[in-house]
Design a protein around this ligand. Structure first.
Ligand SMILES: CCCCCCCCCCCCCCCCCCCC(=O)SCCNC(=O)CCNC(=O)[C@H](O)C(C)(C)COP(=O)(O)OP(=O)(O)OC[C@H]1O[C@@H](n2cnc3c(N)ncnc32)[C@H](O)[C@@H]1OP(=O)(O)O
Ligand SMILES: Cc1cc2nc3c(=O)[nH]c(=O)nc-3n(C[C@H](O)[C@H](O)[C@H](O)COP(=O)(O)OP(=O)(O)OC[C@H]3O[C@@H](n4cnc5c(N)ncnc54)[C@H](O)[C@@H]3O)c2cc1C
Length: 664
């Protein structure tokens, strides 16, 4: 029935101010208002419809994305939207497109690695989209190992140019988004060669296609790499391959903030550390952490609303069956994901602050916090995307059979999201970077340089190695200090244990390789500690609104205690807690689930997602799931006719043949 809210009874149970929670989720009233306005603008514009997307073949899918992306750009200009509004609008269009890489990597690469003059030349063109750019780093043979890239940029002093070349098949650029069919330019990463000497990997702005007729420029071979995981999904994006045959570019198209090449072919290193060539990746990893909370909250919103609508078993005297959300098993799978979405939102907010802070310091030539920023962005990108990808799949299972329907929105969300575990750094490779940072920190303890920031707990290493958990009853696990000490002791002890094992190897690199699985576990423990501690820090802030802070405390408890329960092997093995204390943590966790239950629908309403953005019948705001599923089935092209295409050709002859067999 039109206009009836089937979740109204659920919403009546709410114990907190949802409108205020929306502000907390958005980050500020201003961000909430911008988001809300942009989401509605997209939802109310028929050009941005997306319910037909899963039916489209690749070429139509791609053209459809071009249409939407260019229409979005037209609206951005017509409405004179700010950068913040434009970026929100693009995200609510909710379709991976070349514009993600243009705005998300090409522009930041020029901003971060270009000199002032280079920025002055290229950014205005990019801002007006008079050129469209991509980020061309990965090659067919090398992705994770950036130092192993094979594309060369050889300086020719005769002509004052670089010659960009792909010497082997494996040096072909492979994967860059937007490259396949759209980009006119790319920031291309290549080995710098000066007078026969190699000088590491650097970024170069290379024009790829003509601005007149879009044909590849001489010496350039470029194409799409082909279909990817899932139908629809990420196939809206033209990930590309690219080969260079001695392509010449002017010397001033090498991005020269980190190192400069002079007219006579000499390299001059600025004070800036060489790792800044990787700066765009640090920036993007930070944005990916923010995206993780969005993707996870979408899945959780769908699974929570549907779990309140769906009923199975437990009917007595002909009354309604039990809502599946009331099953403790459903709660123990769903509520930790709900809590994780909030936890990732807050750690993402903090990481954005950390990134802004490190950027300002870099501008003032203070490079001291760069290693921590690298470790935090790498580790949190890895942790949050892994949990989110698994969480989307778990949400699909939480919706039973209907979760497998495309109209649930979950299969497409999963297919679009899951490469986040790989792009911008494979998650294991990134955790190993965190492990290196941890081992370096442990090795420097006692050197007089106290660890700071997220690693400062290591400064209390002696206390953390010896302390024992003081919890005596379940309620003691609600004490933030008890929880924090548990996570700190676990992380510190796992790192120290790895460091001790490493010290037994005469070759540290061999030791690192041999112990890498343990090192990844220590890095995960460290990253989980960061998320838990940033959640607690959020709770220290002034949070207005009836019951809002209380709900967040409950979610923080769920987040930390479900981790403690899941990883109790770590906590027990490092002897910080006893089996009894582990069991008390689980008792407290169950109690917290009961506190989440009446607020579950309101907690996902606080994400403020429009039905358009969610793109899910199971997650629709009014909970009127069954009629919508029934109607959607009839819209499938297969139901255009009662007798399917192919009946005469295949089904009828088959049935006849079976008759003949039966007669024999
Ligand atoms: C329903 C439908 C819609 C649903 C929508 C849902 C929403 C989803 C959002 C969708 C968004 C879509 C957007 C998609 C965008 C995709 C973009 C993807 C782009 C890419 O993938 S670009 C390519 C990225 N490539 C990588 O990340 C490569 C990974 N490898 C590396 O980073 C390095 O090579 C590695 C692993 C760090 C090793 O480098 P190496 O030089 O060998 O380094 P060492 O280990 O020797 O370390 C040397 C030294 O440097 C320090 N270091 C390393 N990296 C950095 C850094 N980045 N910053 C600072 N310092 C760094 C390292 O710690 C070492 O320091 P020491 O002090 O120990 O010497
Ligand atoms: C959808 C998508 C979009 C992308 N967009 C872009 C783009 O716009 N621009 C761009 O330049 N690139 C892009 N990429 C490429 C992406 O950045 C790389 O695929 C990614 O960095 C992983 O590198 P790889 O493919 O070489 O993986 P590999 O390194 O080959 O990984 C394979 C396996 O080896 C393991 N492994 C590798 N090294 C180690 C190690 N040292 N120790 C232990 N295990 C290891 C990994 O954990 C993994 O299990 C994109 C990729 C995808 C999937």
């Amino acid at each position: 029935m039109e206009g009836v809210d089937y979740l109204a009874d659920e919403r009546k149970k709410t114990e907190f101010d949802v409108e205020e929670m929306k502000i907390v989720w958005a980050g500020s009233r201003h961000t909430f208002e911008v988001s809300d306005r942009m989401a509605k603008l997209v939802a109310n514009d028929p050009v941005f419809r997306k319910d037909d997307r899963v039916m489209l073949a690749r070429k139509d899918l791609f053209k459809n994305t071009l249409r939407k992306a260019t229409y979005a750009w037209k609206r951005i200009n017509e409405l004179r939207l700010s950068e913040e509004e434009a970026s929100k609008l693009r995200s609510f269009v909710d379709e991976p497109a070349f514009t993600d890489l243009h705005w998300g990597m090409f522009v930041p690469a020029i901003k971060g690695q270009g000199t002032d003059e280079q920025q002055k030349k290229w950014l205005p063109l990019a801002y007006k989209m008079q050129i469209i750019g991509c980020y061309a780093q990965t090659e067919l043979g090398h992705g994770s190992n950036v130092q192993g890239l094979e594309t060369t940029a050889t300086f020719d002093p005769q002509t004052d140019e670089f010659v960009i070349h792909s010497p082997t098949l494996t040096s072909s650029k492979w994967w860059p988004g937007g490259l396949g069919k759209v980009s006119t330019h790319g920031v291309v990463y290549a080995r710098l060669i000066l007078d026969g000497q190699e000088h590491g990997i650097h970024g170069f702005i290379v024009q790829l296609r003509s601005l007149e007729d879009h044909r590849p420029l001489p010496g350039i071979t470029v194409a799409d790499i082909g279909m990817k995981f899932g139908s629809g999904a990420y196939n809206t994006m033209d990930n590309g391959l690219l080969r260079f045959d001695h392509v010449r570019i002017p010397r001033d198209q090498m991005l020269m903030r980190v190192s400069q090449v002079t007219r006579d072919g000499k390299i001059v290193q600025s004070d800036v550390p060489r790792q800044l060539v990787y700066g765009t990746m640090v920036y993007v990893r930070q944005t990916i952490v923010q995206d993780a909370s969005i993707a996870l909250s979408r899945a959780v919103c769908i699974a929570t609303r549907y779990s309140a609508v769906r009923r199975q078993f437990g009917s007595s005297n002909g009354g309604p069956e039990t809502q599946v959300i009331d099953y403790k098993t459903q709660q123990s799978r769903l509520f930790p994901l709900l809590a994780s979405a909030y936890a990732f939102r807050f750690v993402g907010e903090w990481l954005k602050w950390l990134y802004t802070d490190v950027t300002q310091r870099l501008q003032a030539n203070d490079f001291s916090t760069l290693p921590e920023a690298h470790a935090c962005t790498a580790g949190l990108k890895s942790l949050t995307t892994s949990v989110t990808a698994d969480g989307i799949e778990e949400s699909r299972k939480l919706c039973g059979g209907h979760g497998y329907l495309a109209s649930s929105g979950l299969p497409e969300l999963f297919a679009v999201y899951v490469p986040a575990c790989t792009y911008e750094g494979d998650n294991t490779v990134l955790m190993l970077q965190v492990a290196r940072f941890l081992m370096k920190t442990v090795s420097q303890l006692g050197s007089g340089k106290p660890p700071v920031g997220t690693i400062s707990y290591m400064g209390r290493i002696e206390q953390l190695m010896q302390c024992r958990c003081a919890v005596k009853k379940a309620g003691d696990w609600l004490n933030p200090n008890a929880v924090l000490e548990a996570f700190e002791a676990r992380a510190a002890r796992m790192s120290v244990s790895c460091a001790q094992k490493l010290s037994k190897f005469s070759n540290p690199e061999e030791g690192f390789a041999e112990l890498s699985a343990d090192l990844v576990e220590a890095a995960v423990a460290h990253c989980q500690l960061i998320v838990v501690s940033k959640f607690f820090e959020k709770l220290q802030q002034d949070i207005p609104g009836k019951g809002v802070k209380r709900q967040l405390e409950v979610l923080c408890g769920v987040y930390s205690l479900h981790l403690l329960h899941k990883h109790q092997g770590d906590f027990l093995a490092t002897s910080y807690i006893t089996p009894k204390q582990a069991s008390l943590a689980n008792d407290q966790l169950r109690e917290l689930y009961s506190q989440v239950r009446p607020n579950a629908i309101a907690l996902v309403d606080a994400f403020n997602y429009t039905d358009h953005y969610l793109g899910s019948i199971l997650g629709c705001y009014d909970g009127n799931v069954y009629p919508k599923l029934y109607e959607a089935a009839w819209r499938d092209p297969l139901n255009d006719s009662v007798i399917p295409d192919g009946y005469e050709q295949y089904i009828r002859p088959l049935l006849k043949q079976q008759l003949r067999v039966a007669k024999l």
